[in-house]
Design a protein around this ligand. Structure first.
Ligand code: OAD
Length: 301
């Protein structure tokens, strides 16, 4: 049961949504928790499970590019636990789609790699941290799909590129394909002839040590001038550059947090903080906005 104060805050948010037509949504792992997908940093989350399994100084090392090149076995012995399984989006995913249907969504900056934004049909989405749906050979850049490497992932084995082995190019690295790693930066590209990358296939999720893909920066540079409401849902806001978005837009733009806990960069505060499970808060928002849930097939008036 919500307290009067909480209900009043949700009413405030509903009014802000009604008044806005360029809403930027930053979403994170918290919006998929109700789909049975654990988040990263909460107790019992993915990083706790990684810590139990490997003795790492920091569980985030499992997503570290250099570590991956040195020891892909570690990532692939865990990857089966994080490949997308659920195809049923949460109410929060569907709400972002409904913002789009009502022509209010400027962009969804999604940090998740579970693909549930696409399952909900959200078009105006930027997958800031890439996706598991495609993969590339680190050596020759050959493209693969999740289906191609799923069997290896499920078996806990490192998927290897059959194409560059067949071409006997393993000892003579080819130039890296431009899409091979979403964030392969200038310095690494120019050194690529000296980097003897193994013929390991890496999913196109953005690892620490890789910049985000250019779509993120292109969209954000244009969106930052247009946004009239920032909605941050289900993220600890700990990973840059997404964590810097709230500080990078005009202070005139209202900012609202919907999360289980108060988060955010230091010296920053949200105009409104709705603390609790996002689906419950969003359910109430639907009532206040007078929107139907499951509007999937209905046209927006
Ligand atoms: P985190 O696990 O860091 O944060 C999830 C946030 O969601 C936490 O603040 C939780 O309190 C909150 N939360 C959990 N359940 C919730 C619920 N039902 N309703 C509302 N809030 C809830 O996940 P992210 O912030 O998404 O990178 O993590 C950012 C990035 O760090 C991820 O994209 C991942 C990781 O390294 C990659 O996968 C490449």
């Amino acid at each position: 049961r919500m307290k009067d104060e909480e209900l009043k805050c949700i009413e405030d948010l509903s009014r802000k949504i009604e008044q806005s037509s360029h809403i930027m949504v930053i979403s994170g792992a918290g919006i998929s928790v109700s789909c049975g997908i654990p988040d990263f940093r909460s107790a019992g989350g993915i990083y706790d499970r990684i810590q139990e399994k490997f003795s790492l100084l920091d569980p985030q090392e499992i997503f570290d590019l250099d570590m991956f090149k040195e020891n892909p076995e570690m990532f692939y012995s865990f990857a089966k636990e994080i490949i997308p399984k659920s195809t049923e989006p949460s109410l929060s995913h569907r709400f972002i789609k409904d913002l789009e249907r009502h022509q209010k969504l400027l962009r969804n900056y999604a940090q998740n790699i579970d693909g549930l934004e696409s399952a909900a049909g959200i078009d105006r989405v930027v997958y800031c941290h890439g996706s598991f749906s495609t993969a590339h050979c680190l050596r020759c850049g050959a493209a693969y799909t999740l289906e191609d490497i799923k069997e290896d992932i499920v078996q806990g084995q490192v998927p290897r590129c059959s194409r560059c082995c067949e071409e006997e190019s393993c000892c003579h690295p080819l130039p890296i394909h431009p899409d091979a790693t979403p964030g392969w930066d200038e310095e690494q590209s120019s050194n690529s002839s000296t980097v003897v990358a193994p013929n390991v296939i890496k999913p196109d999720i953005v690892f620490f040590g890789e910049p985000l893909n250019s779509q993120f920066f292109d969209c954000f540079n244009s969106d930052r001038e247009k946004v009239d409401l920032l909605l941050v849902i289900g993220t600890s806001l700990q990973v840059a550059p997404v964590s810097k978005i709230p500080l990078s837009i005009s202070p005139q733009v209202p900012q609202v947090l919907v999360n289980m806990e108060v988060v955010g960069p230091s010296n920053h505060w949200f105009d409104l903080e709705l603390i609790g499970p996002c689906d419950i808060i969003i359910q109430r928002l639907y009532q206040l906005l007078g929107w139907q849930q499951n509007e999937e097939q209905q046209q927006c008036s």
